[in-house]
Design a protein around this ligand. Structure first.
Ligand SMILES: [Zn+2]
Length: 315
């Protein structure tokens, strides 16, 4: 019951408009006295008018993806977290200051709760599994990233395991990709908040380059890395979650976005570049229809990225 009261109090205290401002969701337009409308910031924006906010009732609804609810639901969706955590975040903001403008500055630079390091490592990961070569991943790359087939027991058994690290390079978990068509294709451990991790971020930071190359998938990232662009990071999907945005902005001044050349990828690129452009310079690489970065050869990747100001590093 305490939770419910706390939730109700937060909903009363924090206006939806403050949340929209906090996340720089600023392309909504007023329609009527208490209504805002625009592209949905959650599902990537199919339809220009699907996302409705009622500022009198303090609720939102998207007619395309069906998301809706209160400020808490909105924060939970954006952050990729539960309602409890969303409530915690909102009450943290409010305790900092009641001034929305100042609040924005203080929370943007706030440190993200770290993901706890993993206390074990999988043994006997086979970095020479033929699947890797079939996807164009060199053995040296697989070895460097610790990616390989795991035949041992547990959640990741019989999967290609991909180590995930925090920004300091500590192992925080594994993602397991199925190779035999079993679902889910990518398995993440239940306790791991994917929204707080960017694949390869620690190596990208170590390059001390101003520019991060942001792609969707692990293999996109590995291929871009192999092409010499070592400051590549993967979202592990097409959404940029708020903690991921903060991590990027803490370490890079420029972003080259190279998402998939399909409809969801293009929509996501528009949403992500808009959200990032408040804090850094963003360039978008438009790939041809139905092309993903991992399907491109190294010379093609090099040419595309060099055009956007990326510099390969000889390694
Ligand atoms: Zn939506």
């Amino acid at each position: 019951m305490a939770n419910w009261i706390e939730f109700a109090a937060i909903k009363r205290r924090v206006p939806l408009a403050a949340v929209l401002e906090h996340y720089r969701i600023n392309e909504l337009r007023r329609s009527g006295r208490d209504q805002l409308r625009g592209r949905c910031p959650l599902h990537g924006g199919e339809g220009r008018e699907t996302f409705h906010v009622n500022t009198a009732e303090q609720v939102f609804h998207c007619f395309a993806c069906g998301a809706g609810g209160s400020v808490l639901d909105l924060v939970a969706k954006i952050e990729g977290c539960g309602l409890r955590e969303a409530a915690q975040k909102l009450s943290d903001w409010r305790s900092v200051t009641d001034n929305v403008a100042q609040l924005q500055k203080t929370t943007v630079t706030k440190k993200i709760n770290p993901v706890p390091p993993l206390r074990f490592r999988l043994r006997g990961v086979n970095v020479r599994h033929p699947y890797l070569a079939s996807r164009g991943i060199r053995e040296a790359t697989a070895r460097e990233f610790g990616i390989g087939f795991y035949a041992g027991p547990g959640l990741m058994s019989q999967r290609l395991v991909i180590p995930l690290n925090d920004e300091a390079g500590r192992l925080v978990g594994y993602c397991g990709r199925s190779l035999d068509g079993s679902e889910p294709r990518y398995r993440f451990p239940a306790g791991l908040a994917k929204s707080q991790v960017l694949f390869n971020l620690h190596r990208a930071i170590a390059t001390r380059r101003p520019t991060a190359i942001v792609v969707e998938g692990f293999f996109d990232c590995l291929k871009v890395y192999q092409a010499g662009f070592v400051s590549a990071v993967a979202l592990m999907g097409s959404a940029l979650y708020e903690p991921q945005r903060r991590l990027l902005m803490q370490h890079f001044r420029q972003v080259v976005l190279m998402l998939d050349g399909d409809a969801p990828g293009r929509r996501a690129a528009a949403v992500v570049s808009q959200r990032l452009s408040a804090d850094c310079s963003v360039r978008v690489v438009q790939l041809a229809e139905n092309i993903q970065p991992d399907q491109l050869s190294e010379p093609v990747l090099q040419e595309l990225l060099a055009r956007e100001g990326g510099q390969p590093e000889i390694h």
